[in-house]
Design a protein around this ligand. Structure first.
Ligand code: CAO
Length: 451
């Protein structure tokens, strides 16, 4: 029988160290690396693992006891096999390297820091204002927030330092899910709780936007994580800004493009000769420019203060392009002044440059209105988000042949689903309705585009 003595490890110079939890009892069998007890200093909480498998013989410290110096005995274990040379020897003096979780060549583990914090004075939690406690400032965690807890106070694992910190800040530890071993609440959990509460918008007025809870999806299955592309991050910020600032209305209609499609097909040879692909998109841009001219409200931009507008007298249209890096919206200038072939050529060229990531900044600026065409991809309709300070955007879905009643019988017609979203601060429903009716009429009879 060999008795190993587990001793106080090198604590990296920490002065006040306390045994905050004993996780084993005399007579208990333990495996190598199993946590025997938890030590806590003002800087860190650390688990002390068993160096080898064996049976606990004696525990030489009590929970709450102060640990005086490195090398003091803590627990005796009867181990299977010969003792290791250094298992019972005192660790290096406090000036040596801090504890590490890397097993030594003998398979022995030193104390594992669960949390390593900066000096308390270097990272003080934000001080609560006036008589308010941090807990009063902090928003309650949503019930499905994984960091919210439902256990009673009696089940809370936290050391005296953390309890004191929580008490000083007015934080109820029962509301915090610990990140330490056995869900022990550590100093960083309390600080994070207070920080999140301070950063969260106050809900007192009822107007704040509640934050979306962070979910640990790994609890439910295998996951990987990744970073948004630069364009993806910009798009996310723009979409959120536009979604939050613009009161949206979306109106739906369908243009009968049977004749347009017949005309487009009839241009197949001419398109080949010009080496230009002729899709419905240039016709749609052209119809939008004409409808904007006749419905100038949709060609306005609202001032930041919201009490003035700018009436644009040009017709530069943004065109959403799906690229490998994300969504970009280059601008086709003076659409009203250009013919269908020129527009088709420009659309193809600018979409190609967008996909190659070769757009210039000025090619992304100055749009009055945006067209987002998902027609080549599919779908029957969607609600596009206005690209503020523009006040309207047209979503185009996939055209399909449908039976249409002509007064006597059903006839097959090619219908193009359109959805117009607009900023209801600037555009009234009647304005939107007139604009969309104009677009459908122009696409239904493209001869009107000549007028
Ligand atoms: N209904 C049916 N077919 C359509 C169509 C529609 N509404 N619109 C285009 N098509 C057809 C075209 O005619 C073409 O078919 P043919 O070769 O047989 O003629 C095919 O779809 C491919 O078109 P395309 O995508 O190459 O070219 P396009 O001019 O239609 O569109 C562009 C150009 C840049 C708008 C498009 O490629 C694109 O990137 N769309 C995505 C926009 C987007 O992501 N919007 C969402 C923004 S919000 O998240």
């Amino acid at each position: 029988m060999t008795i190993e003595t587990v001793r106080v490890p090198d604590l990296g110079g920490a002065e006040e160290v306390q045994v905050i939890e004993l996780t084993v009892a005399p007579g208990q069998r333990v495996e190598a690396d199993q946590t025997l007890l938890v030590l806590e200093s003002e800087k860190a909480t650390m688990e002390l693992p068993s160096p080898l498998a064996g049976v606990i013989v004696r525990i030489l410290v009590a929970e709450g006891a102060k640990v005086e110096k490195a090398g003091d005995p803590l627990i005796e274990i009867e181990i299977e096999g010969p003792a290791t040379a250094d298992a019972s020897s005192p660790p290096e003096p406090a000036s040596a390297a801090p504890p590490t979780s890397t097993p030594s060549s003998a398979g022995r583990r030193d104390a594992t820091p669960v949390t390593e914090a900066k000096e308390p004075e270097a990272e003080q939690p934000p001080a609560p204002k006036r008589a308010e406690t941090a807990a009063e400032i902090a928003e309650p965690l949503p019930e499905d927030d994984p960091s919210a807890v439902t256990g009673s106070g009696a089940e809370i694992y936290a050391g005296p330092y953390v309890r004191r910190l929580a008490r000083d800040l007015g934080v109820d530890l029962a509301r915090i899910k610990g990140s330490g071993p056995r869900q022990r609440v550590v100093k960083e959990d309390v600080q994070g709780f207070v920080r999140r509460g301070l950063q969260a918008p106050r809900a007192a007025s009822g107007a704040a936007i509640p934050p979306v809870p962070e979910v640990d999806y790994a609890r439910f299955g295998s996951v990987t994580d990744g970073e948004l592309s630069r364009i993806g991050r910009l798009t996310a910020a723009n979409m959120q800004r536009n979604w939050l600032n613009v009161p949206h209305v979306t109106q739906f209609d369908a243009a009968d493009i049977t004749e347009l499609e017949a005309f487009r097909r009839a241009q197949a040879d001419a398109a080949r000769a010009r080496d230009i692909k002729l899709s419905p998109v240039p016709f749609i841009l052209k119809a939008c420019a004409a409808a904007l001219r006749d419905n100038p409200v949709l060609n306005r931009a609202l001032s930041g203060s919201g009490d003035r507008y700018v009436q644009r007298e040009f017709y530069h249209l943004g065109m959403a392009v799906d690229t490998p890096g994300g969504l970009v919206v280059p601008v086709i200038r003076d659409v009203d002044k250009k013919g269908i072939w020129q527009l088709a050529g420009e659309i193809a060229a600018i979409a190609e440059r967008a996909r190659a990531g070769k757009l210039r900044i000025d090619e992304l600026q100055g749009a009055c209105f945006t067209v987002s065409s998902l027609g080549a991809i599919g779908g029957q309709g969607f609600t596009p988000i206005v690209n503020a300070p523009e006040v309207a955007i047209l979503g185009v879905s996939r055209a399909a042949v449908q039976p249409v009643w002509d007064g006597t019988t059903f006839v097959p017609r090619t219908l193009l689903p359109l959805s117009l979203s607009y900023d209801h601060r600037v555009v009234n429903g009647a304005d939107g309705g007139r604009f969309l009716t104009a677009v459908t009429a122009l696409l239904g009879d493209i001869r009107a585009l000549l007028l």
